[in-house]
Design a binder for this molecule. Structure first.
Ligand SMILES: CC(C)(COP(=O)(O)OP(=O)(O)OC[C@H]1O[C@@H](n2cnc3c(N)ncnc32)[C@H](O)[C@@H]1OP(=O)(O)O)[C@@H](O)C(=O)NCCC(=O)NCCS
Length: 177
């Protein structure tokens, strides 16, 4: 999809993935700039994109496509935990690089949290783990009032390298700006 000049944030929607999103998904899932900070390895084929959408995104309780005019420009996920951890959920997201820097991710995370609060009534804590180097993502969370709780040293492996991760949380009782 061609880059539009300025996106009207009220036109951003979140919806479940469809098989027909595979082309658009590959635009961001296949971009090293986008996958640098995600757990994904860069998708390299339509088949991989299709399988991921079919086998992971569609059956998932909350995996949504960030859309403009119903075309997928990004990915957002809420992963509620179970058992004694069912009070919390992980949040993750990624956006096609052509759309960075317009407030779209912040808008999408805000919308997803509002939906997550309704869909997962047990969840009172939304958390996100962000690589220390990923300043844009930290800023997204800080704009939404997530609390920076601390740095977890060498907490995760990404692309074969250990990473320091920043833990952020937002409680269901916290105000969202
Ligand atoms: C992180 C990501 C989702 C942000 O999307 P976005 O729509 O550009 O985010 P927003 O526009 O809502 O906010 C980005 C903020 O970061 C700021 N920012 C961008 N690059 C920055 C940098 N290098 N250092 C500091 N701040 C930075 C922007 O200025 C903006 O803040 P502002 O609104 O106060 O000006 C997008 O860059 C992305 O998809 N990255 C790759 C995948 C990823 O990192 N996912 C998150 C994993 S935890």
């Amino acid at each position: 999809m061609a880059k539009e000049m300025t996106i009207d944030l009220s036109k951003i929607t979140l919806r479940p993935y469809k098989i027909s999103d595979a082309d658009d998904f590959l635009m961001y899932g296949g971009d090293d700039k986008v996958t640098r900070f995600t757990r994904w390895n860069t998708f390299t084929s339509m088949e991989e994109a299709l399988s991921y959408i079919k086998d992971y995104c569609i059956p998932h309780p909350y995996c949504r496509s960030i859309c403009i005019a119903d075309r997928s420009i990004g990915f957002i996920i809420i992963v509620p935990k179970s058992g004694g951890d069912r009070c919390r959920a992980d949040v993750g997201y990624a956006l096609a690089a052509a759309y960075w820097g317009q407030g779209i991710a912040a808008r999408a995370v805000k919308m997803a949290i509002a939906q997550g609060l309704k869909e997962f009534p047990d969840v009172i804590r939304f958390q996100a783990l962000v690589e220390l180097e990923n300043k844009a993502s930290q800023r997204v969370l800080e704009k939404l009032g997530f609390l920076r709780e601390g740095v977890l040293r060498k907490y995760s492996l990404n692309k074969g390298k250990s990473r320091d991760m920043v833990m952020y949380s937002l409680l269901s009782t916290d105000p969202i700006p």
